[in-house]
Design a protein around this ligand. Structure first.
Ligand code: C5P
Length: 418
């Protein structure tokens, strides 16, 4: 859909998440959870317990969520605006992070002596908890029994992770990282949105091209952009298959990952998943050349110079876009110079529906969490998504792709009469 100025209006779909914060030291990370949820397109209402307020100021949460924080069951003014029952109804998901041992015990026993546990009793939305506590408190049979009971009742338990703890000990009980909590929260929510019922195939990460059994040629791609795009597409209701080169990232919850190494393996994986694909997004930094005859044994340093003969790899994106049953095909262009010119030439040469271009400068963008994207599409379309976190840009990009894809799908087909 387009407005009168010809600009595309993006449909956004927001999920309402009620974030409960209880009194553990990990509460200092909870404002970051709010940010990560909002980045993914959620509306967040924070409810703090009295213990949480000992660790973090409500004002911090108000600033990041843009909503007044609720804490008190007996606050008449706040209750008039939205009662605890209305809050319980408002939420699509109640997420408690950090969830202390005490809060988990309250939840297990159905206590309703504070606003957060009352909301948990009164809600019909799914409940998820991210426990955070000292490792002995976590492994205590009382806590373990409570967690087991909560799981049986359908409460989702995120983590806890293992590692160093604020108390100086090391073990299981650390709160899961904010970005992982946000991703897991979205995976609990029903997959619905503008891509519901659509199959989206995404390539991500670098490829590795073998020189010999112990060496390869690769590039600096971290896969962060592609993984963020995969998560955003899943959050918008799509079935997502992520064909990924070697990266140091967890598969986003709800996304099926197919792991590959080389460009040839990536091509094979894409071709075996392409049938029925509605949207293909090539974010991978696929090697353009590979050693033409990789050695079977480790190459020894016997001479002063070593020449490597390289050959071209197959262009996966162009192969996909040439198919008769081509999906809506989106490419990426990472350029060090003349970004627009190179992006437009790829758009035409590779027969794409859309290309997302970024200036990689000194190539740091590959490993960074931030990026800046400009979109180009046939017949002169151009839109800057600006700069921001890759997760945030991925949401904007997927919303844009969904809008253009659905607009095209809604267009009446023209019958050819002979
Ligand atoms: O031509 P260039 O490599 O700059 O194009 C980048 C785009 O093409 C990216 O979307 C990338 O995933 C895709 N590509 C591919 N197969 C290749 C090379 C690039 O799918 N062999």
């Amino acid at each position: 859909m387009e407005n009168s100025a010809g600009a595309l209006i993006i449909d956004t779909m927001s999920k309402r998440i009620l974030l409960g914060v209880t009194g553990g030291i990990a509460a200092y990370k909870s404002p970051d959870i709010v940010r990560r949820l909002i980045e993914r397109g959620a509306e967040v209402q924070v409810v703090m317990t009295a213990g949480a307020r000992e660790f973090v100021q409500p004002l911090t949460f108000q600033a990041v969520s843009g909503r007044e924080v609720r804490s008190d069951l007996w606050d008449e003014t706040a209750e008039r605006a939205m009662s605890h029952i209305e809050l319980a109804r408002w939420a699509d998901l109640v997420l408690v992070a950090p969830a202390t041992a005490d809060f988990l015990a309250h939840l297990t026993h159905g206590m309703a002596d504070n606003l957060l546990s009352t909301i948990c009793l009164a809600t019909s939305a799914p409940i998820a908890v991210a426990p955070a506590m000292n490792r002995l408190m976590w492994s205590n049979p009382a806590t373990q029994a409570n967690i087991a009971t909560l799981r049986v009742r359908g409460v989702q338990v995120f983590g806890p992770d293992s590692g160093s703890q604020a108390c100086g000990e090391t073990g299981e009980g650390r709160m899961m990282e904010p970005a992982d909590i946000a991703a897991s929260a979205f995976a609990v929510l029903p997959a619905e949105g503008p891509l519901q019922g659509r199959k989206v195939l995404i390539t991500a990460g670098p490829t590795r091209e073998r020189i010999d059994p112990v060496r390869f040629i690769s590039n600096r791609s971290s896969g962060k952009m592609g993984y963020a795009v995969a998560q955003a597409a899943r959050d918008r209701g799509a079935e997502v298959i992520l064909v990924s080169g070697p990266v140091n990232l967890q598969a986003p919850p709800g996304v099926r990952r197919v792991s590959v190494e080389s460009a040839a393996q990536m091509l094979d994986a894409v071709m075996s998943e392409i049938a029925g694909t509605d949207i293909f997004i090539g974010t991978a930094a696929v090697a353009d050349y590979r050693p033409s005859s990789p050695a079977d044994c480790k190459i020894k340093k016997v001479s002063d110079k070593l020449d490597l003969c390289m050959e071209r790899t197959v262009d996966i994106l162009a192969t996909v876009s040439q198919r008769a049953d081509r999906p809506f095909t989106v490419g990426f262009a990472a350029e060090t110079n003349d970004m627009e010119q190179h992006a437009l030439s790829k758009l035409t040469r590779k027969n794409l529906d859309l290309i997302a271009a970024n200036e990689v400068g000194d190539a740091k963008v590959f490993e960074a969490d931030d990026n800046a994207l400009t979109l180009f599409w046939p017949n002169g379309g151009k839109l800057s998504l600006g700069a921001g976190a890759k997760t945030e840009l991925a949401v904007k990009l997927v919303d844009f792709i969904a809008a253009r894809f659905n607009e095209r799908a809604a267009r009446p087909k023209i019958a050819v009469v002979r």
